[in-house]
Design a protein around this ligand. Structure first.
Ligand code: ANZ
Ligand code: ZN
Length: 852
């Protein structure tokens, strides 16, 4: 009998499936636990990152199930997205066909890993039965004013006549045709996530079981800043210009004003003047640039003088107005009071265009001279050149100047957020259609709810040019639902982040066909108790999902504020890389004796990097499973590193895990006869029995608390240690009581290992003559009293100095302890000829004698 992983694994996967061991249903009588791993994009094959993510989740789910919880552990597919469409263009295969065949393949792979999913709850977001509810929510949000349409700039390829996602732009060129990418203004749909900015921020302080780094990233993304809006009067002009600043303390140092090229006043100010023609040219040249590079710190500052002046409201001086490339329209008001002495970008701008620099903050004990300054001074200090505010600190000046502006009615305190509204429009086929119709007479008309879902049509062409949905006349040409005239259906589809913003709610009742989900079931299952996924989703996905949940709450669909109670972001799976000068990255098979097999050159053994195809350092889960079995693959990914840390791949590590499983298997097969008997013996006080009890209880205690703390690697280590100890104990077994405890210990060990290597554990469970599934057994309990060794070592002090140690039974009484101490050979030496004046006994710690 030997450990035949593939035979064992196939057998138990089949049995779990046939017996629906992991099927769950709503059951109010039981406490629930919702364990969720981020669902995958069906790209074709799973990678080691998935194996790790899902193995971690599976330990948690199985552990909670064995602890009596009704565990919801679902799996599905984030099935819309660009790669399917790219495949359609390249290989002439329909995105749906490509996606579903990938799903079939990957589902089989996941099943091979023995993950405890309730497969009856599987969902794919490209299913109209899924996205129709998203369309319904769209309509409700639209009705509530949470969705609007506006122009925004996108990456555009003229040759392909299409919008490009950021990842389709490579070095400023189109990924497909390599022609230059330009920026284009187009209309798109936006979710008003900014309405929720404050709440999203506030709750980051309530999500106490999220990693601090994720919360910080979310807070930075929301980017709340306090400041002021200040009105500037324009010389010879009716309208005022309002700026947003976080530094009202620097107002006396504002020596010019800057406008974003998109600012409505930019064109107004130059209209009909000698500056108009050149000014418009300048504006257009800047608008071609994308915003990210415009705002980059190292970008050259470019400006255009409008010929106009505004009055600094405090100095009353006339200051020139420029249009500048680094001012963005979608932050603050799109207009900035420039303070070159204290803002680096303004400093560079002033030097370039020879503009005044006035220092208004001096560092403590120093006096800055603008002519000598090499860069802006952005630190704290004392106010100067600021009228009645001179002499106070700039921190004080912030509030004092703002108060003054408020009194004078020229400004007000404001709060600003960096967070922008969520642009959800994609000019793509493979996404959920946006359910509106454009009518010449009625404008934007929502599709009537009874007409949902708006399904993706099949008569489309995937040429790479334009939005494929535009080519479907069946889809595009419709009658207006209000007035009946010819109208056009919206051809934008939704960002796939919308689907992943609520799939966890749909899992609660994935078959519900009367509502987005069954409210009672959602109330029972939500929140997700444990969410597990990659840190790359720390901002967008998690923020969008939090937002969407709050929207669903405000629309009356759910009664929760936040979807994810606890979050774990697992580390990456990494591996060593190889390369040579001539051939670049090499597969390990291309390296022999430190030389490249292709060119014979020296091979550099490179750094350990995240597994990626381009670096040729990926390990294929299929091959791994074939060679060692899924249990080994799982065990290695759980044992090699703590879940939140990066894991470095090591073949020896995998081998080690495989050997360990063989060792466990042998321990059982060697003792089959013993384990199959149902021994019942009374405590015979044997020393070995005590040792077994100790190891068993200590291990159960440690594994239990380690899993609860996500220290899965040390939990495995504890089981390995137990195995070693049992190997040492086995040859010494003699009494029936010892054998009984040994057997009990082995059975507990199977249970402890079940969340990690479930297939082998089911096999062992059956081998020892148990019926049913160990996956459905309850988690072993331990008794605190056995987790402490029976004997303790006490220090013996004589006049406050430790003179000896003594090992005694843990519960020894005072008299026995003290006479034992007095009987100690070393101590007897100290006591000779002296009188004991005091005897102290601190149980389990020390015995202290005071002598004279
Ligand atoms: C005057 C000033 C003086 C500023 C100073 C900074 C330092 P944060 O802190 O990131 O919120 N600003 C405002 N709107 C802008 C826009 N649309 N495009 C580019 N820059 C803009 O940034 C706020 C600061 O960024 C504002 O405070 C403003 O410059 C600039 F010593 O006003 B400040
Ligand atoms: Zn109409």
């Amino acid at each position: 009998m030997y450990y035949d992983a593939s035979k064992i694994e196939n057998k138990w996967q089949k049995k779990w499936e046939e017996n629906k061991v992991f099927k769950v249903s709503y059951d109010k009588s039981k406490p629930k636990y919702y364990c969720l791993e981020m669902f995958p994009y069906p790209s074709g094959k799973i990678h080691m990152g998935h194996v790790r993510n899902y193995a971690i989740g599976d330990v948690v789910a199985r552990f909670k199930k064995m602890n009596g919880f009704n565990v919801l552990h679902p799996m599905g597919w984030d099935a819309f997205g660009l790669p399917a469409e790219n495949a359609a263009i390249k290989n002439k295969i329909h995105p749906a066909k490509w996606t579903y065949s990938n799903i079939d393949y990957m589902r089989a792979q996941l099943k091979q890993l023995g993950l405890s999913y309730d497969w009856d709850r599987e969902l794919a977001t490209c299913d109209p039965e899924y996205y129709k509810w998203e369309q319904l929510v769209f309509l409700k949000m639209f009705e509530k004013g949470l969705i609007y349409r506006k122009k925004s700039t996108v990456n555009w390829c003229e040759d392909c006549n299409t919008v490009l996602a950021n990842e389709q732009v490579e070095d400023g060129r189109c990924w497909r045709c390599s022609s230059n990418v330009t920026m284009k203004e187009i209309n798109g749909w936006f979710f008003k996530i900014t309405d929720y900015a404050e709440e999203l921020l506030e709750y980051t302080y309530k999500l106490t079981d999220w990693p601090e780094k994720v919360l910080t990233m979310q807070r930075n993304w929301i980017g709340k800043s306090y400041g002021a809006e200040i009105d500037f009067e324009v010389k010879d002009f009716e309208q005022k210009i309002t700026v947003f600043t976080t530094r009202p303390d620097t107002l006396y140092g504002a020596t010019f004003m800057l406008l974003a090229p998109e600012h409505e006043m930019a064109k107004e100010l130059i209209k009909g003047t000698e500056y108009e023609e050149e000014g418009l040219k300048f504006i257009n040249s800047i608008l071609k640039d994308d915003k990210i590079s415009r705002a980059a710190d190292n970008k050259e500052k470019k400006g255009f003088f409008t010929g106009r002046y505004v009055y600094n409201p405090l100095t009353k001086k006339e200051i020139p107005v420029y249009i500048a490339n680094y001012i963005l329209m979608d932050y603050g008001t799109g207009a900035v009071m420039a303070v070159p002495a204290h803002d680096q970008r303004d400093f560079e701008f002033a030097r370039k265009y020879n503009l005044d620099i006035v220092v208004v903050i001096n560092p403590e004990g120093e006096s800055l001279n603008p002519a000598d300054m090499q860069e802006a001074y952005t630190g704290p200090g004392v106010m100067i050149n600021s009228g009645k505010f001179d002499g106070i600190t700039n921190e004080e000046a912030k509030s004092k100047i703002t108060e003054f502006l408020e009194e004078e009615n020229i400004g007000k305190k404001t709060v600003n957020y960096r967070l922008r509204d969520w642009g959800i429009s994609r000019q793509r086929y493979w996404g959920a259609p946006i359910p509106v119709i454009h009518c010449k007479k009625c404008g934007i008309v929502p599709v009537p709810e009874s007409d949902l879902p708006v399904r993706l049509p099949l008569d489309v062409e995937f040429t790479g040019s334009g939005n494929p949905l535009e080519t479907s006349s069946e889809f595009k040409h419709v009658k207006c639902p209000l007035c009946g005239i010819d109208a056009e259906r919206e051809t934008d589809t939704m960002d796939t982040f919308v689907e992943s913003s609520w799939y966890f709610l749909r899992y609660c009742s994935p078959k519900c066909d009367t509502d987005i989900f069954d409210k009672t079931e959602a109330e029972y299952w939500m929140n997700v108790d444990q969410y597990i996924g990659g840190v790359e989703h720390a901002v967008m996905h998690l923020l969008y999902a939090r937002f969407y949940t709050k929207v669903l709450r405000d629309l009356g669909f759910v009664n929760i504020d936040e979807p994810f109670e606890r979050l774990l972001t697992q580390g990456m799976v990494c591996k060593e890389t190889y390369s040579c000068k001539k051939d670049g990255w090499l597969f390990p098979e291309e390296v022999e004796d430190g030389k490249c097999k292709l060119c014979g050159g020296e091979v550099a053994i490179g750094r350990v990097e995240k597994m990626s195809k381009s670096k040729k350092n990926v390990v294929d889960p299929d091959a791994l499973i074939k060679k060692y079995g899924a249990d080994t693959a799982r065990l290695f990914s759980l044992f090699a590193a703590p879940p939140e840390k990066d894991l470095e791949w090591s073949e020896q590590g995998v081998e080690g895990c495989f050997r360990f499983l063989n060792r466990v298997f042998r321990l059982f097969s060697n003792n089959l006869e013993l384990i199959r008997q149902d021994i019942n013996a009374a405590d015979d006080g044997s020393k070995l029995a005590k040792e077994i009890l100790y190891h068993m209880n200590v291990t159960i205690k440690k594994v239990t608390s380690d899993i609860e703390k996500f220290q899965l690697n040390t939990a495995v280590a504890a089981i390995m240690e137990l195995t070693n100890n049992l190997y040492l104990i086995e040859p010494k077994l003699s009494t029936n009581y010892e054998k009984m405890l040994f057997r009990e210990c082995l059975l507990s060990m199977v249970k402890l290992l079940t969340p990690f290597t479930p297939h082998m554990c089911e096999e062992l469970w059956q081998l020892v003559g148990k019926s049913g599934f160990v996956s459905q057994e309850s988690w072993p309990a331990y008794e605190e009293k056995y987790t402490v060794k029976d004997e303790v070592t006490l220090a013996i002090q004589v006049n406050g100095k430790v003179r000896a140690e003594i090992t005694l039974p843990r519960d020894v009484d005072k008299d026995t302890a003290i006479s034992a101490a007095k009987g100690n050979e070393k101590i007897m030496g100290y006591l000779e000829g002296k009188t004991i004046v005091k005897e102290i006994y601190v149980p389990q710690k020390l015995i202290s004698l005071v002598i004279k």
